[in-house]
Ligand binder design. Structure first.
Ligand code: AMP
Ligand code: GLY
Length: 424
């Protein structure tokens, strides 16, 4: 089969790495890709926002399946346009991608389907939003509606902090255009829960957790994710079953009833508290860096599973996982999640894994400059290792991190701490 993968991050490098190993693969292309992905796929300079060019490329190269990695092209309807042109595509339609694209849509769906989530209200004007915050008190959470890559959220410890966040959101939007969601603060432990969906059935993947804050001890601003590990001890079989019964299956039923059945990867950001799992938010794609640990642990061939999800035949699919744990440490450019310093040279990549097949350095924001690999984004590398326990995977990942010579970057030194503390 010929496959075109859309995207250029660590998630797509992990997907490319796994897809390239499929016995069914003939040619793997990636648009636009990155220097790490180039080792697994032919990178092509296509703009995923230019749907006509993507369709033309698929025709010329006889592409059998397009796998869309990031949310932006999904929300923009790339899957709809490909399918309308007779090209098979993995991922939700534009209407189904509203689960990520619009917090208001998801909150309304949760209310109508009785899905446990934080109480909330949405606002398009500043004064009523502030009045609501004052009435509810802190801690309270303020979010921008729409895509914000995990960065449009303020978990406010005080009413003043929440009001400042509202001022900022309304000041930076065009008049009448700001839509914000103010929601109840949920207490508990976060987990990232992924299910492969074919419109009606859902197949849970291995469990995972990421680290959203930029600095050690979960301090600093929210990021897209500074590291991840799998499995996530908080996701016990009982919590997984409750999540499927109370959150995932009702969502799939509601989406089908609305005429926009969900196909693709549904990513539930969960808060697991004393009353069980609650939905923080949905994403309509793999998490990054969670995808890196999941691909490392996946024994089965990914490609037939993606095809079955697209074809609506997921009931025939079973996925097997290594018992070993996997852990990813993200190396980010200094300044991230604010303005990241790019162009700095990264050395030592060739020897970081020391030939160990259970260590892979996935590329995210990298670029090739002559013979050098340089930083070209906020999150730059995902150093991923697999070992029998999370503690061993952590040690192995940091040994590889320490072989990378990149003064322009930084990482957290405590990825996996929660799971390691639990294991005692
Ligand atoms: P989101 O972009 O909605 O995933 O939010 C980013 C991060 O903010 C989440 O991963 C949580 O750490 C935190 N967060 C979001 N909503 C809540 C909430 N209602 N209660 C507590 N923390 C939250
Ligand atoms: N790691 C969180 C995300 O992909 O949104």
């Amino acid at each position: 089969m010929n496959v075109l993968l859309i995207g250029s991050g660590g998630r797509e490098h992990a997907l490319a790495w796994k897809l390239a190993a499929s016995p069914l693969m003939t040619r793997l292309y990636c648009a636009p890709g990155n220097p790490g992905i180039a080792a697994e796929a032919a990178c092509v300079a296509l703009d995923p926002a230019d749907h006509a060019s993507v369709i033309a490329f698929c025709r010329v190269k006889a592409i059998d399946l397009v796998v869309v990695g990031p949310e932006a092209p999904l929300v923009a309807g790339l899957v709809d346009d490909l399918e309308a042109a007779g090209i098979k595509a993995f991922g939700p339609t534009k209407a189904a991608a509203r689960l990520e694209g619009s917090k208001g849509f998801t909150k309304d769906l949760c209310r109508d389907a009785g899905i446990p989530t934080a109480a909330y209200a949405s606002f398009t004007a500043l004064a009523p939003a502030k009045a609501y915050v004052r009435a509810k008190g802190a801690p309270i959470v303020v979010k921008a509606d729409g895509l914000a890559a995990g960065k449009g959220v303020v978990v406010a410890a005080t009413v003043a902090e929440a009001e400042a966040a509202l001022d900022h959101l309304f000041a930076s939007a065009a008049p009448g255009e700001a839509a914000v969601v103010v929601e109840e603060f949920l207490d508990g432990e976060e987990a990232s829960f992924f299910v492969l969906c074919d419109g009606t059935s859902a197949l849970p993947l291995a469990t995972a957790q990421d680290h959203k804050r930029a600095f050690d001890n979960d301090q600093g601003p929210n990021t897209g994710g500074m590291g991840a590990y799998s499995p996530a001890p908080v996701m016990t079989p009982a919590v997984v079953e409750r999540t499927m019964a109370e959150i995932i299956r009702p969502t799939l039923r509601a989406m089908a009833e609305k005429g926009c059945p969900f196909k693709g990867i549904l990513y539930a950001g969960l808060m697991v508290g004393s009353n069980g799992p609650k939905l923080i938010e949905y994403n309509v794609r793999f998490g990054d860096p969670e995808c890196q640990v999941l691909m490392m642990r996946l024994v089965s061939d990914l490609l037939p599973a993606l095809i079955a999800a697209r074809d609506g035949t997921l009931n025939d699919v079973e996925l097997r996982w290594y018992d070993d744990a996997a852990l990813t440490v993200v190396l980010a450019a200094r300044g991230y999640p604010g303005k990241a310093e790019t162009g700095t040279v990264i050395a030592g990549l060739g020897t970081a894994a020391q030939g160990d097949p259970d260590v892979v350095v996935f590329h995210a924001g990298t670029a090739q400059r002559g013979d050098d690999i340089v930083a070209a984004g906020g999150r730059v590398l995902g150093v991923t290792a697999m070992a029998p326990t999370i503690a061993e995977a952590q040690a192995k990942a940091y040994r590889a991190v320490d072989r990378i010579d990149w003064p322009g970057g930084f990482c957290r030194r405590d990825i996996g701490w929660r799971a390691i503390a639990r294991a005692g």
